[in-house]
Design a protein around this ligand. Structure first.
Ligand code: GLN
Length: 549
């Protein structure tokens, strides 16, 4: 019998439900269970593709080209659940699917209603996630907070599943907040209310994950258990971590969350080896070996807008036994600076520079200046998607002396569109202006840095972009010294570039960050951080020589 776990949230949003769900998934996998993860987003948007990173954080892209909520990125980093279009469920999709069936006449003249038609469709989508015969447990995270109008049909579907499949097969995990008020007192009242709300819609939580600034004592846990009808041992203290979110599986394991879940679901399980997480946490805890990496982008204010890039950089650090310190640089600030010396001052104390993906013209000139600084000063540079396009623009301007080189995304009628839509490039037609989304192959040039880093001639990475390096300028750019090191299998599009005379300057048109894990860093991030460490060593020895002279 297949098992299902619903993870809901109470009191307020942003308590880390995604990471909690993913951590539980990881612990189950470490006990040899085969799991699948799914996220429900109760908003009306069909997917996250149209949502601003300012509002919603990063858009996570799957192999099959779905543009999803960033929590899928957490699942990818913590578990090995395959993730695709099917694992991201929104109100928009459910209604779209039901309405389409209604138009096709598939409801045979009946009135189409939230119960049962919407809830049936929700259940079908949830069951489909774990339908593979090998899957033991499907973990479904319900976005939003219990009590939101939007989440009602999803919670109702969860209630029905408990009723239909039996409570021994469907488990409810509820994450709530235990806030601290004046005098550092922890308060359980909001949790009591949140559980009451959940019970009002017919769902009794089996496990409570209580997010609090510090560990809950047993008295407090007992009190929560009493008020909520949850067994004492299932009141888990999800206290704030000191160094890294990757500690959360360990915190849960220490309180036997996995065992409680598995016993409750009547599943057999093996021993659990936590050493991969222990190693990850050890690297974050040690403070001596630090490398500073600048991320130069325009969505800097919002913490989560480059989530997968930030995490992948940390993974690169773990692979090199170094703690990565991220220096978020607002590209608009660089743009406004008067002189190149100002840029050097702003970026002088970083060991590597990364320009991540992005859309729209804001802040582009700042990114171009950052790329120029990295290229001319031998600072390791990693350009991702927009970061590659910026490399091409900068090179065309500085080395080919095409001062007005630009992407048509930022300057539609410029004289030198070195990056443009395919349809604007005369020799390629019929592609249209649509986004290139999802995984596809790239062929890497023998002898290039990127080929060495991957150790493979053909790689498969995910894309999410509209503009391409122009084939009209490609030869000119290559002859000037910006190597094209990766192309699509038909050679028609540029997938990666490299500065010829530079220790490590790589741009990729795809998004390697989506595939990186703390326990298995993506080779490009591991390589970039390794070279940034080498650059720091070079910098330090230079300072010593100067001091000695
Ligand atoms: N805006 C650029 C494009 O559409 C880059 C996209 C990105 O960085 N994801 O091609």
């Amino acid at each position: 019998m297949k098992k299902y776990i619903f993870v809901t949230g109470g009191v307020c949003s942003s308590l880390g439900k995604g990471i909690a769900a993913a951590s539980l998934g990881s612990l189950l996998e470490l006990r040899d269970l085969r799991i699948r993860m799914a996220k429900i987003d109760p908003y009306i948007n069909v997917d996250a593709g149209t949502m601003s990173p300012y509002q919603h954080g990063e858009v996570y892209v799957t192999d099959d080209g779905a543009e999803t909520d960033l929590d899928l990125g957490n699942y990818a980093r913590f578990t090995s659940s395959p993730l695709g279009r099917a694992n991201s469920i929104t109100t928009g999709q459910i209604y779209q699917e039901v309405i389409q069936r209604e138009r096709e006449g598939r409801y045979l003249g009946r009135t189409v209603q939230v119960i049962p038609h919407i809830t049936d469709r929700i259940k079908q989508r949830i069951l489909a996630v774990g339908e593979h015969p090998e899957v033991d447990v499907t973990i479904v995270e319900v976005g939003g907070t219990v009590g939101d109008i939007e989440s009602v049909p999803f919670l109702e579907a969860a209630r029905q599943m408990m009723h239909e499949l039996g409570h021994e097969n469907v488990l409810s995990v509820h994450l709530t907040l235990i806030p601290e008020v004046a005098g550092s007192e922890l308060k359980t009242k909001p949790t009591q209310h949140s559980v009451k709300e959940l019970r009002a819609i017919g769902v009794q939580p089996d496990i409570l994950l209580c997010r609090a600034p510090r560990q809950l004592d047993d008295d407090m846990r007992r009190k929560i258990a009493l008020f909520t009808n949850v067994p004492f041992e299932a009141v888990v203290s999800a206290y704030d971590v000191e160094s890294t979110i990757y500690e959360i599986p360990l915190i849960f394991a220490r309180q036997s969350l996995d065992v409680i879940v598995l016993d409750r679901l009547g599943l057999e399980y093996g021993e659990c080896d936590l050493s991969p997480w222990e190693h990850v946490v050890d690297v974050f805890r040690q403070s001596e070996q630090t490398v500073r990496i600048a991320v130069v982008g325009k969505y800097i204010e919002l913490h989560d807008s480059y989530k997968s890039v930030d995490e992948a950089l940390y993974h690169g650090g773990i692979a090199n036994d170094h703690r990565v310190q991220l220096v978020k640089v607002d590209s608009e600030l660089l743009e406004r600076m008067e002189t190149d010396e100002d840029i050097a001052d702003a970026l002088g104390d970083v060991d590597g520079i990364l320009v991540p993906g992005g859309f729209g013209s804001r802040g582009i000139e700042g990114m171009v200046r950052a790329a120029r600084y990295a290229r001319t000063n031998g600072v390791p540079y990693f350009g991702i998607c927009l970061g590659l396009q910026v490399m091409v623009i900068e090179y065309a301007r500085s080395v080919l002396e095409l001062d007005e080189a630009d992407s048509t995304e930022f300057r539609p009628d410029g004289p030198h569109p070195v990056v443009s839509l395919l349809e604007e490039q005369v020799d390629v037609r019929n592609y249209g202006g649509t986004m290139r989304l999802g995984a596809s192959d790239s062929h890497l040039l023998a002898g290039s840095l990127i080929r060495d880093v991957y150790g493979e001639p053909v790689v498969r990475e995910r894309h999410r972009h509209r503009y391409e390096v122009s084939n009209r300028y490609r030869q000119m750019i290559e002859e000037a010294g910006l190597m094209v090191t990766g192309v699509t299998p038909d050679h028609s599009l540029v997938e990666s570039v490299q500065w010829a005379d530079h220790p490590w300057g790589i741009g990729v048109q795809f998004h390697p960050e989506f595939r990186s894990k703390p326990t298995a860093a993506h080779p490009l991030f591991a390589g970039f951080v390794e070279q940034s460490i080498a650059h720091r060593v070079r910098r330090e020895s230079q300072v010593e020589v100067e001091a000695g002279a």
